[in-house]
Design a protein around this ligand. Structure first.
Ligand code: WQD
Length: 338
């Protein structure tokens, strides 16, 4: 049974990926420093798969700790690196925290992997690297735009670091550029646990639906889109998790064509903010209080993925609909508030 390290494995996307890895027979070791995660997530994972993953409470910003980890676990067959900070606004206020968390940790990890005869590495990147792309849907060939936040910059720099290191080492990597992950495991044993007031649309909607927030503010209704609100590619987190397993297998089986490959991970379908609200109303059977307000600074008009490369080369395709994803998020919200 192959052993896989999942950093940030107690987080939103990390925990769902741990479940899919275990479902596929991998043995998982999680590293998490609990900066934005709770230890009880392990029990949620165990409730779904019947297997408790190994957990190391470790801070990847501590170089010596990273070294010791790889000494203790010298048989890691692949690494999926989620551990990172991800709040755009916070990154503007505290850029060095973002560079330390997202870059130092990556560098220390790669230093250890570089010393190995072979290493397989999956990196959490983001469609944020495309900025406002000129053409929809967005292909992997779309140009990378200057980042508008330190957070976005850490993803771009992260990608560049991996490209540079792969040229001079035995590291093989797949960069997955996520669109907008939403939802929760259909069992409602694990899901998203936003800290404070959610900045993202779907957790804000479900918290409003449950009565924690008074109403949703829809940021901008005069965009050049059919209903005037922004368009995004919302992908069910379980579909996204499965993309990681497929990508990892591709590296383990040495099917990758170049040392570093890049894939968009989205559904290929764009949905407006109002469409997401309608979806919530449909699956919950209740009205969502919302008001149309001004645009949010830094928002792009639309972003949705061209998924052809992931479909054909990776052999992966998102399966869930927007309704299914929103329904799973709602089920999770109801469970954690009950
Ligand atoms: C979606 C839409 C908002 C909240 C996020 C991350 C970004 C990147 C991609 C990781 C937008 C609107 C939202 C609200 C609203 N992730 N909205 N009212 O902006 O695509 O970016 O995903 O790399 O870093 O921040 O996602 O969920 O914040 O917003 O009207 O209260 O919902 O304006 O159109 P976004 P989001």
């Amino acid at each position: 049974m192959k052993k896989i390290l999942v950093t940030g494995g107690l987080g939103f996307i990390g925990s769902h990926t741990v479940v899919e890895l275990q479902n596929e027979g991998f043995e998982v070791v999680i590293i998490d420093n609990m900066l934005n995660a709770e230890e009880k997530v392990i029990y949620g994972i165990e409730a779904i798969t019947g297997k408790k993953p190994v957990f190391e409470n470790l801070d990847l910003r501590e170089k010596e700790a990273v070294k010791s980890f790889f000494k203790k676990y010298n048989d890691i067959a692949g690494v999926i690196h989620f551990a990172a900070s991800k709040a755009v606004g916070e990154s503007v206020e505290n850029p060095l925290l973002y560079y330390e968390n997202n870059i130092n940790a990556l560098v220390y990890m790669l230093q250890e992997l570089q010393a190995k005869t072979a290493a397989n590495f999956i990196f959490s990147s983001s469609c944020t690297v495309y900025g406002q792309a000129e053409k929809m849907p967005i292909t992997e060939n779309a140009s990378v735009q200057p980042a508008i936040s330190p957070y976005g910059n850490t993803k771009q720099i992260g990608e560049e670091i991996i490209q540079d290191v792969a040229k001079v080492s035995n590291i093989n990597a797949i960069l997955l550029r996520y669109f907008n992950p939403i939802g929760a495991h259909p069992s409602a044993e694990i899901g998203e646990l936003p800290i404070g007031v959610p900045q993202n649309l779907v957790p804000f909607i479900t918290q409003t639906g449950i009565g924690l927030r008074k109403e949703l503010s829809v940021f901008g209704s005069d965009y050049p889109t059919p209903d005037g609100t922004c368009i995004r590619d919302y992908i069910h987190v379980v579909d996204l998790a499965k993309a990681h397993v497929v990508a990892l297998k591709r590296l383990i089986e040495k099917k990758n064509e170049t040392a570093v490959e890049v894939f968009n991970v989205g559904t290929g379908k764009g949905s407006s903010v109002l469409e997401v609200i309608r979806s919530f109303e449909k699956v919950s059977g209740q009205k969502l209080p919302y008001k149309l307000v001004g645009r949010r600074e830094g928002d792009i008009v639309e972003a949705y993925a061209d998924t052809q490369k992931a479909n054909t080369i990776l052999g992966w395709k998102a399966e869930s609909t927007l309704d299914e994803a929103v329904e799973s998020a709602w089920k999770w919200e109801k469970k954690i508030r009950s």
